[in-house]
Design a protein around this ligand. Structure first.
Ligand code: PEP
Ligand code: MN
Length: 346
């Protein structure tokens, strides 16, 4: 429910409405607008107090909110959000590219990749120290030493780091090394993890769950915001369908849909969506055309030797060439994009 206050409502009237809502077991949130204050009401079935609230002094109307998510929706928060990741602003009009290996394998592999993707124009470094793998016998990441390599790569290149966290117990350690926490597709409805990253104080990259509707994805984001963290970036990474020609089915329409329903930035991961490196560039460009605020791309110095997701990882040369195309397309679409000279390094 959204309580619209009169433009001339006094502080006392606002305080009275807040107290009334709280006393009945709901959580009121002040939502300042251009010319009047609104109060959002969080909790189960707030319509039971609607008539009583509408009759309070200073209240113009108490309007039911149609969507089950509140904090992430545009009904409460019409203006688009910008998420700042250690100075890299996602959702501010410039396309932001996060790139790096699927898994951190060694300091050398990570630093070489970080230097290359930075020179090619990426603004964030990605790489998993903790890997969620379908098989327990696959490489599941280096763990704590992987976090050390991420720290080192950031120190050497200045690129902020995004890396996945798998369990609530790991959040503090991963947040100590990362500038942004990734919640992966397999954990997109792990509600205790969502609560823990909500309390972490770090921006969160939330992948869409393997079989999640857009509404379920937004409700997962709602968990993070409801636990005090407004800095969530949504990531479409393909969903599970009957099709086997690609690893997943990239749902590009979900980009404008999610952006219409939510004020959060939306980025696209064509690497996990397609599973095949020759499909990544075209789908990356399609994502830019669909209005994505950024891209997540897997890159490896020697993809055929990668310990995870080699078939979908781009070589350095392929990544550079993709970035040239992304820059040209962004310019044609009048997106702003930071142009980093190709000789730039640490
Ligand atoms: C990853 O980014 O390497 C990853 C495991 O992603 P997803 O959760 O989308 O499969
Ligand atoms: Mn991967």
């Amino acid at each position: 429910m959204l309580i619209m206050m009169n433009a001339q409502a006094t502080e006392e009237e606002v305080a009275n409405v807040m107290a009334h809502v709280r006393d009945r077991g709901y959580q009121p949130i002040e939502l300042p607008g251009a010319d009047r204050l609104a109060i959002g009401v969080l909790g189960s079935n707030p319509s039971t107090i609607r008539d009583a609230v509408a009759a309070l002094p200073g209240v113009v109307a108490a309007i039911p909110v149609s969507k089950p998510y509140k904090l992430v929706g545009r009904e409460w928060h019409p203006q688009s959000s910008v998420v700042d990741v250690a100075g890299v602003r996602i959702g501010a009009g410039e396309l932001v590219v996060a790139a790096g290996p699927c898994a951190v394998e060694s300091e050398r592999q990570l630093v070489d990749t970080a230097e290359h993707v930075k020179a090619a124009g990426a603004q964030l470094l990605r790489g998993g120290a903790y890997k969620p793998r379908s098989s327990p016998y696959s490489f599941r990441g280096l763990g704590a030493p992987g976090l050390e390599h991420l720290r080192r790569a950031r120190e050497m290149t200045g690129l902020p780091v995004v890396t996945e966290v798998l369990t609530p117990a790991d959040v503090a350690a991963v947040a100590g090394a990362a500038d942004m926490l990734q919640v992966g597709t397999r954990n997109a409805q792990n509600f205790s993890l969502l609560e823990a990253v909500g309390e972490s104080g770090k921006p969160v990259l939330l992948k869409r769950g393997l079989s999640n509707t857009v509404e379920e994805w937004l409700l997962s984001a709602e968990y993070v915001l409801a636990h005090g963290n407004p800095d969530v970036v949504l990531c479409e990474r393909g969903i599970r369908t009957f099709e086997t020609a690609t690893r997943n089915t990239l749902d590009l329409a979900a980009v404008p849909v999610a952006k219409e329903l939510s004020h959060l930035p939306v980025i696209v991961d064509p690497s996990h969506a397609t599973g095949h490196r020759h499909l990544v560039p075209s789908m990356a460009l399609a994502a830019v055309a669909a209005g994505a605020d950024g891209l997540l791309i897997e890159v490896h110095p020697t993809p055929d030797e990668a310990l995870s997701d080699g078939p979908q990882s781009l070589t350095f040369e392929q990544f550079s060439s993709l970035m040239d195309d992304v820059r040209r397309l962004s310019a044609a679409l009048r997106h702003q994009i930071v142009v980093v000279p190709s000789h730039a390094s640490r």
